[in-house]
Design a protein around this ligand. Sequence first.
Ligand code: FES
Length: 321
Amino acid sequence: MSIRPRSSPVRVAEIVPVTPFVKRFRLAATDASPLPRYSGGAHIVVEMRDGGVVRRNPYSLTSSPLHDGDYEISVQRAEVSRGGSVFMHDRVRVGDTLAVSAPVNLFMLDWRARKHVLVAGGIGITPFLAQMAQLSAEGRPFELHYCIRSPERGAYREALERCFPGHVRFYCASKGERLDVTQLVASQPLGTHLYVCGPTPLIDATLEAARAAGWPGHNLHAEHFAAPPSGTPFDVYLQRAGLRVYVGEHESLLEAIEAAGVEVPYLCRGGACGQCETAVLGCDGRLQHHDHWLTTADRAAGRKIMPCVSRFDGRELVLDL
Ligand code: FES
């Protein structure tokens, strides 16, 4: 079954600079009706029309899920951007209309946990903002460990200290502060669930430390923010559609296929959910896998690709689309 979240128009009601690198956008329904409800950890996909290019980027909902109303997302201006975050920062104005998908949650809290330990790196704080509102309202035991590069990059730092006193610890790399993940996972009571979101090295180190300490896999939760990388342009042939499609330097394979009018299922657009998995029918070259979904065996076999983040380098790629 093809899964693509339904999308609807929203009005940009407010834009607030949070740090020199992060802006918060408040999005309201264009007809004043309540937007669909969501739970902490959910994201929406924002559709950006930039001339003839359509980008769809996922952003975590940071507003409290406890109240009906507008959505809030926080967008960090990427240092190396394909254009989506720069578009949001430089082109989107209050009063503009954007299309957004219905919320999808691939990073849910497990309410069976006796305690919740949240580990955030940089803009990976965003899904935890909504989760902490829920955990706090429910009186659940939780703690946040928030790693930032420098004080000016610590989005929501003061709000977190104010709203969740005693629950939050910061680690500022520019001050030489480091989170010791081995010690963190060694000192938790049985039944604790661990959630991590941020750069891949932080996610990998945290999960590895937890596994090494004997944590069961179902107590570990991670959300990877894998934006599709830019790369050398290439052609792809879509066998069932009978179409040859050019994939430009700054567009993803999925975006190029969509622009050609062929629908591919998706949920995360970040290489994590598995929805866009596509069979490779022919490959004269090298598949550049950037997802967190395919297994090592899948990659070695070379028969599958995740077009939301992965690319191709070579003479001919043929997909079962
Ligand atoms: S859309 Fe989720 S892995 Fe591609």
